[in-house]
Design a protein around this ligand. Structure first.
Ligand SMILES: [Zn+2]
Length: 135
């Protein structure tokens, strides 16, 4: 049984991302989708890979991937220069991986940790399923 309960997050805890990813995978499985995880042979090792639909999902932690318009996606006040450089580098790497995947003919989706924790039964996630299956 999957519970889409929102949790407080400090944004920097990799365990949170792990939990969000697990939550999403259980939910996708319950929707009848089958997939592989962390395929090392693909650029950026996507979290979830739907080979049948040639679609991948990256589950992004809001802090590490600098989620815009999200309270977790911000530069910390202390050591801000260091963090800014680090997070910008993360974003650039994300973009590079996504571009490489698209060039290989994959469709690339990004799901944010905060969206998963908010509500997996929202319209947005229903649309996501629809999008994946209609390829
Ligand atoms: Zn977020």
């Amino acid at each position: 049984m999957v519970e889409g309960k929102a949790k407080q997050s400090n944004g920097q805890d990799p365990v949170k991302k792990h939990q969000a990813g697990k939550l999403l995978r259980s939910w996708l499985y319950a929707q009848g989708l089958r997939f592989r995880i962390h395929r090392k042979d693909l650029p950026g090792k996507p979290d979830i890979v739907f080979t049948k639909y040639k679609t991948v999902i990256f589950v992004h932690g809001c802090f590490w991937h600098y989620h815009q318009d999200c309270r977790e996606g911000r530069i910390p006040d202390t050591n801000s220069k260091f963090w800014e450089e680090k997070l910008v580098k993360n974003i650039q790497r994300d973009e590079k991986h996504q571009l490489a995947l698209k060039e290989l003919g994959w469709r690339v989706l990004v799901v944010w940790e905060c969206e998963i924790n908010k509500n997996l039964n929202s319209v947005e996630f229903q649309e996501l399923i629809h999008y994946i299956k209609n390829n």
